[in-house]
Design a protein around this ligand. Sequence first.
Ligand code: PLP
Length: 696
Amino acid sequence: MTTEIYLDSNATSVVLPAALAAATDAMGQRYGNPSSTHATGLKAKVILDEARACAVRLLGVGNGRLMFNSGATEGIQTAVLSSLVALRERKDAGEAIGTLLVYGATEHKAVPESLGHWNRLLGLNLTLHKLPVDHHGAHSLNALRDIAGQAAMVCTMAANNETGVISDLAGIEAVLRQTGSKAYWLVDCVQGLGKLKLDLSSTRIDYAPFSGHKLNAPKGIGMLYVRAGAPFTALIQGGGQEGGQRSGTENMAGIAALGAVLGALERGDTFRSQAELCNFRARLADSLRAALPGVVFNHPFDTALPTTLNFSVPGLSSRELMDVFDAAEVRVSAGSACSSSKAAPSYVLDAMGFPLWRSAGAIRMSFGPLTDEATIAAACARIERCGAALRASCLIPSDRTAVPHDGLLQLGVEGACSWMVLDAASRSCIVIDPLPEHTARIEAYVRCQNYQVQAVVSTLPNAGRAMLVEALGRHFNRAAEADAYGWPQNAAVIALDNGAAATAITLGPQVLACVPCGTGNELRAYLLGSANEAQLPAAAVRFAFSARPAQQALHEIISERTLLCPTRDEENQFCASMNAEPSAIIAADAQLDSSALEAFLAAHPDACLVDVREPYEFAATIAPLPAGRLALSVPLSRLAEYASAWLGAEQAPLVFFCRSGNRSMKAALCLRRLGHQHAYSLNGGLALATPVLLAA
Ligand code: PLP
């Protein structure tokens, strides 16, 4: 039984069972080549003819052309090539042509990319011109009016794939007519199929590409409408299929499947009505509002498809939201392209004028007109589950104080990191080298767990601590005067192993000592350990925090077991030690295939499975974890603390896992570098885990 709730239908959609059956029939019973004149070929040709006839009726193709192809990207190429070839011919014949290739600022990349490509290849040297959109994602008709006379081609979309915003095609058409524009007009109808009423031949639209997989047909099948009289140049020449418009033996399985979807659309007995879809969207939106306080929707509701929600949540990145939804088996997508550590802002939301946090933190939740009531109800429950997981992790505000954490917390950003030393019993903590980017996160964490911050210290003098201290308000202990490093002037004196004296502050059963470190004593390091009668022996120092991991200056006052916690961590090392061996590690040795997991666990009953996903992912997880075994939740932010314990004890095998195998590999390599010989990463993560890992 699958627990997955697929809410990413704008990316691709599940294949309609009738479409699957039609494709199977086309590959099995009616496998003929529709160009063959014998009976086997004729049986296949019926599929082709019926699918086309249905598309022609449904889309109002009239006297225009309707050809099958591989999808919208090909349709866009064909439309652009056709227009640009015609423009070049007109230009060569001495006619004045427009100079601008106009495209909506929120178009799918396939449009500007193919405009640029064919413009270059055909040597036309026309200028690509972005048509702005307003705050609601609607094309600026005034801007279009201003340039319509100079436009050689205009490309707009029926509905946007990231936001669902529906274009005012009637308004665009009116401007093109009123200005007497001779521009060829392409309308990318990919997201409109089955969701918007289209009667193409009654409009001025010259080209309309479609993609089957966006509406429950398989990938690799699409259609292109070309208005009667609009210029046409075949993109692919060959055997003359599709009336010579698109050569190559037809994708009959795809055409049969698309035909089944179009037939269902025409009959009106398969897909949900607009009212039902609006109701589904309202329920999802209500659940999001209840679960994620402050959520904002990045599109209007009245001029957008009811099947798309695009939202951002203050204080949460799209990566975090993606991860928590994925853990709850709800498939959504980042509204923007994501790099591993930082989300790139969405150009669609940028064009709509949203601030960076909204365009970089956006999530798209999209469902199709096939979605049923039970899926929406289950999705609403999962959204609530995600909200609860995020609240418990202090990532979103909560009325209740969360269970306090103990130990070390590492917050990382682009190679730099801040550290927090937490003591749950006394509800107090110390922050080391806070980065400005972490201010909101640390403040929220401290408030949510109701900690008192004893000190905010840095390894460099006059580093930016003020912002955090101010944000912490009453949660910051202002009793003691602090020096330029934030170190309290009244800290007690303590003796170190090299005989030197240092000052230290107490945090629960441990002390944090401050020591000079590096040339000119400009840098400082902080040692965390258990003191014994105003002594901090090297063997008792568990962690040393410093801007540079391998500080000679520390060698006399820490031990081989001390973990060096850097405040710069470009290579995701998390922590090091004096005898860590960066060069000796071969990543392949640390990889464990999920197919080998069962045998591995049987051979190593003492092995510990460690989930390195963040706590909110762990809490939101739906899929059961390994059979008969509990996984320990150790997010990467807490790896240093656990590593210290794992290295000290009998070294039982550690099998790290995460969603994709990426984070767990970093954890396994860290442990190996530190000298743990039996640290492994589950290859491919939970995403590829066999039923062994996911079995109940
Ligand atoms: N246009 C829009 C609006 C889309 O959403 C997509 C797919 O994401 C495309 C074009 C390209 O479609 P395909 O990749 O199926 O060719």
